[in-house]
Design a protein around this ligand. Structure first.
Ligand code: NAP
Length: 259
């Protein structure tokens, strides 16, 4: 029997774990390709095939699915990667390719947490200076410019890759690191840099949760940007559930689909 072709939209630890798990559990029964946007300079090694770069919107992704005879798509992108998830929904609808979202569980607020939840980066930038003087900023390279006009806050900025040019911030220090991060490491960082406010996305998941736990322990306020609304469609929170979906019968397969 021909291998089923699975396209994983990746760029997350969960997507990498999924690719590993599919190959470990199903071996040659699945031909796995992971797609990355190409944002990080040195992506972690991945099993299976790898393709890098945008598709050219929903139409481009639909063309890719048809050309490569993709049987199933799992959207395992980051909860804040809204455009690619919309493209996946539209392209799968157009081509009839079954789609699943692997969406990491959100972090849960606990009693005593000092979270200031805001809708977007602009709102985070508007409040951070009212809350602290030394902010730990972990929102990703693409969002730093939103904080350009913030006065009187010293930022400790964590990025996956070293910046190629000076950041557009009035006062900042950069550290480079890629999750998962340990609680001991995050606790030490917050203390060593005298951090009095954390600014982050409500990304959820385990790999970057330690900073939330450390802020909780130290009683620090957290400016947390809410997730964008998720795309409609079937979604699971764990790799194990995604593997189960792969064994479920789908209404259409490559051979059955109407061209
Ligand atoms: P986005 O705003 O949804 O996507 C912007 C464009 O990048 C998309 O329209 C698409 O280009 C391309 N793209 C995104 N993900 C892709 C993928 N997996 N494979 C091929 N092309 C992709 O996404 P983003 O927020 O810029 O994030 C980019 C990638 O980084 C995502 O894969 C995401 O999983 C990962 N990531 C994002 C964050 C975050 O905070 N946003 C954090 C960690 C990791 P075309 O329109 O040309 O197809």
């Amino acid at each position: 029997m021909a291998a089923e072709r699975l396209l994983i939209l990746g760029g997350t630890a969960e997507a990498a774990a999924l690719a590993r798990a599919v190959l470990a559990r199903f071996g040659d029964a699945f031909d796995v390709t992971t797609s990355l946007a190409g944002r990080t300079e040195r992506p972690n090694p991945l099993p299976g095939r790898l393709r890098i770069g945008g598709f050219g919107g929903p139409a481009g992704l639909a063309a890719y699915l048809a050309e490569h005879e993709v049987d199933r798509l799992i959207d395992a992108t980051h909860p804040f990667a809204a455009r690619i998830s919309t493209a996946a929904r539209l392209a799968c609808k157009e081509t009839g390719v079954p789609r699943l979202m692997l969406l990491r569980p959100p972090w849960r607020r606990q009693p005593g947490d000092r979270w200031i939840e805001v809708d977007d980066m602009a709102a985070a930038a508007a409040v951070v200076g009212r809350i602290g003087w030394h902010a730990f900023l972990t929102v990703g390279a693409g969002e730093i410019a939103c904080f350009a006009a913030v006065d009187e806050v010293r930022f400790l900025v964590r990025l996956v890759d070293p910046p190629r040019r000076p950041l557009p911030l009035r006062c900042c220090r950069v550290i480079v690191g890629r999750g998962p991060f340990s609680l001991a490491g995050e606790r030490r960082r917050l203390k060593d840099h005298a951090i009095d406010v954390l600014v982050c996305k409500a990304s959820g998941g385990a790999a970057t949760e330690a900073k939330i736990l450390a802020a909780r322990e130290l009683g620090l306020p957290v400016v947390m940007v809410r997730r964008p609304p998720r795309e409609p469609g079937e979604a699971v929170e764990t790799v194990a559930s995604a593997l189960n979906w792969l064994t479920s019968d789908r209404p259409c397969s490559r051979t059955e689909r109407v061209p």
